[in-house]
Design a protein around this ligand. Structure first.
Ligand SMILES: [Fe+2]
Ligand SMILES: [Fe+2]
Length: 135
């Protein structure tokens, strides 16, 4: 079962960002599936790490775009990424790998955050970028 579906309501109309969000959500769903399938801990840790690495990669990519186009809300948007990164790293991954309930809570937290962040914060960035001719 997918925890979150990348549907039209999450598409912002900026190709690079939409592709990254789709991949990000794909990794969330892979992690959720790994949990449902009761994958061995080392395999689960690998999948979880891939998700976290990609989250950081995506934040950096968005921040680079913001800088490239002199986005006026850069500091606030980056601040939200940083806060979330700190929250994510507060979860002890080894502990998560051995505790499915904690893992579910972690994935639910990340999913809710991402949904909200895409719909509001990233949407504002996308509107700005479109205005600058990015598609
Ligand atoms: Fe984003
Ligand atoms: Fe963002």
């Amino acid at each position: 079962m997918s925890l979150v579906v990348f549907d039209d309501s999450l598409k912002l109309g900026i190709k690079a960002i939409d592709e990254q969000h789709s991949r990000f959500i794909g990794y969330i769903n892979d992690t959720w599936d790994a949990l449902d399938q009761g994958k061995p801990q080392d395999e689960f840790l690998y999948i979880l790490n891939r998700l976290l690495d990609y989250a950081m990669e995506h934040f950096s990519a968005e921040e680079a775009l913001m800088q490239e186009y002199d986005y006026p809300d850069y500091a606030a948007h980056k601040g939200l990424h940083n806060e979330t990164a700190a929250d994510l790293f507060e979860f002890d991954l080894r502990l998560l790998a051995g505790d499915p309930e904690e893992s579910r809570a972690f994935l639910q937290f990340l999913t809710d955050w991402l949904n909200n962040h895409i719909r509001f914060t990233d949407r504002e960035l996308a509107a700005f970028l479109k205005h600058k001719g990015v598609s």
